[in-house]
Design a protein around this ligand. Structure first.
Ligand code: G6P
Ligand code: ZN
Length: 579
């Protein structure tokens, strides 16, 4: 039971600790728990569920049961998280089970803090065997909300499905948890503590990550923009993990003013917020950017620091446009890409804006399923440098996770580069100018996503089944209103590096004019089913680029709702979030 594990996990009795020849390992009997299957990004449940009995301990032990011993015995693992409720307790459980399974050393962020990109950076920098991230990403935190755990591999990438499937299998047969009898580690003090052959090092969450960013970007160039009196910058950490990074990076290193950081203190419940940087949940920032005389540049990041939203004054950059614009400008504005990106990639539902850049720059291009883990192999194989997803994820092969602060620095670099020769007081090239110029060169991919959160699973599943059936009967050339079908399918991906295949990754209707309608069920929710509908239309004509996306896409959105009979299947009249 939980109390016995907890007692054992937090034992501070004076027996059998810190013995030079080793540590005492207790074997604790346990029983399998249903439902511990990881989704798009780790295992996510309500915090209360994770706090029950051996819920977390079972999963961690199942993970060790799934890894080949050479991947962790006497090895180094990294541990950190986004600061949410239950992380501190969870960190102690994870450390004790790691020690119990023969891990040599755990490197943990001070106070248990490490953003997802920072964990990836630390794994790579310290040549660790892997790492744990305690986060439910952008999902709300607190006793009534979500908790989550992810495991990343030695190149810093999320564990592949072959491993997560194995973990799930082992959660169904587990009968024992191996727990080291060591006291709780003081996470508030930097430094190494030894327990026999096992040790824990508490590290500064920022330094490895910052050092990496300094090698990627021209900090002088960024500083030159942030210190201009006519460039006003604002970053919203949403009371989440980037609060720990914002001041050291933007203020101390890059010269932004302290008041440019909004909600900069990480809180266990994110200040009752929903730490997802989009137009709905980052309302405070959006109101400032769209208010009277708003700042020139605004950005936000999510719970664990891997997502980003980029805004100009009265202007929203869609994530699909953002990655395309970063890719188009990377070579000149970002030193890391001085010899040009090796290749570009996006997730399937992300708009085709990036495709246009790849074509123009004559770069290898890949379309992968939703989930950052699919980019890792391409990066490891040297085929991919810059990638992104419509779900507010943007990043590069400097690490193996998407990276919120990286995206912000990439954008500031681009704006700084465009303005580097501007004299004092001269009007600066803005975020909006850069985007519109990009559309004029490449065309505009109007894009929108409708989310229907927490639907009844049954109706949502039936809708997808219905669409799959429709796809199997569809024929190229069929008319859908004024659109002509090029093809319809359920997206299947074969990894070009290891040949692994994943199917059923989203139902697509692709029309002859390049317009697309895509339906998926989210793999990151923790309650019910979230239906996502992605709508895209390409517009080469510059004179039509200033139309509002919702207006431009209205006919296609109506078509998407009617093809899927979404209202009938889900009972929903309106989406809960539009991005
Ligand atoms: C996480 C993943 C992303 C994914 C996003 C949305 O942030 O890291 O790769 O695009 O979730 O996933 P979902 O399955 O909810 O659409
Ligand atoms: Zn995240």
């Amino acid at each position: 039971c939980f109390s016995s594990i907890k007692a054992s996990l937090s034992s501070s009795s004076s027996t059998a600790i810190a013995e030079p020849e080793g540590i005492k390992i207790n074997s604790i009997p346990t029983k399998p728990i249903e439902g511990q299957k990881t989704g798009t990004s780790g295992l996510r449940k309500k915090a209360k569920v994770f706090m029950q009995e051996n819920y977390l301990a079972n999963w961690i032990q199942a993970l060790f049961n799934s890894l080949p011993p050479e991947d962790y015995k006497n090895g180094l693992l990294v541990l950190g998280g986004d600061g949410r409720y239950f992380n501190r307790e969870a960190a102690q459980i994870i450390i004790k089970i790691a020690a119990g399974n023969g891990v040599g050393k755990v490197l943990v962020g001070k106070e248990g803090i490490l953003s997802t990109p920072a964990v990836s950076a630390v794994i790579r920098n310290r040549k660790a065997n892997g790492g744990f991230i305690m986060s439910a990403s952008h999902n709300p935190g607190g006793p009534e909300y979500d908790w989550g755990i992810k495991f990343n591999y030695d190149s810093g990438q999320p564990a592949p499905e072959s491993i997560t499937d194995k973990i799930y299998g082992n959660t169904l047969s587990i009968n024992e948890i191996k727990v080291a009898d060591i006291p709780d580690v003081d996470l508030s003090r930097l430094g190494v503590t030894k327990y026999g052959n096992f040790s824990v090092e508490v590290v500064d969450p920022v330094s490895d990550y910052l050092e990496l960013l300094e090698s990627v970007f021209d900090f002088q160039l960024i500083r030159s923009l942030l210190s201009r009196s006519n460039f006003r910058f604002i970053f919203d950490a949403m009371h989440a993990v980037t609060g720990a990074y914002a001041k050291p990076i933007f203020v101390d290193k890059l010269g932004a003013s302290l008041d440019s950081i909004l909600n900069g203190v990480p809180l266990e419940d994110f200040g009752h917020g929903h730490p997802d940087p989009n137009l709905t949940y980052a309302k405070e920032l959006v109101d400032i950017m769209y208010g009277e005389n708003g700042p020139d540049f605004g950005a936000a990041s999510d719970g664990d620091g891997d997502r980003n939203m980029i805004l100009g004054q009265n202007f929203f950059v869609t994530p699909s446009d953002s990655v395309a614009i970063i890719a188009a400008n990377a070579q000149e504005a970002i030193p890391y890409f001085h010899s040009g990106p090796k290749g570009l990639a996006r997730s399937m539902p992300t708009s085709g804006a990036l495709d246009c850049v790849a074509e123009k720059l004559n770069l290898p291009f890949f379309e992968v399923p939703t989930g950052w883990k699919f980019f890792g192999n391409l990066m490891d194989a040297g085929k991919l440098s810059i990638c992104g997803e419509e779900s507010f994820g943007t990043g590069s092969d400097h690490i193996r996770e998407k990276d919120g602060i990286w995206a912000v620095l990439a954008w500031i670099s681009i704006i700084a580069y465009r303005n580097k020769d501007k004299k004092l007081g001269e009007k600066l090239v803005s975020v909006c100018d850069v985007v519109k110029e990009h559309w004029a060169t490449y065309g505009r991919n109007f894009f929108s996503r409708y989310d229907y959160e927490e639907c009844e699973s049954e109706g949502a599943n039936k809708m997808i089944e219905y669409l799959r059936d429709l796809v199997s009967k569809s024929k190229p050339g069929e008319k859908y209103g004024s659109y002509t079908l090029q093809f319809a399918d359920d997206f299947k991906y074969t990894d070009p590096v290891d040949g692994s295949v994943v199917s059923k990754q989203g139902v697509r209707f692709i029309f002859t004019d390049g317009s697309r309608i895509i339906y998926r069920l989210s793999g990151t929710g923790s309650a019910g089913a979230t239906v996502r509908v992605y709508i895209e239309q390409f517009e080469p004509d510059v004179s039509k680029h200033d139309v509002d996306a919702q207006t431009a896409l209205k006919p296609l959105i109506d078509l998407a709702l009617s093809i899927s009979k979404l209202k009938d299947f889900t009972g929903r009249e309106k989406p809960t979030v539009i991005t």
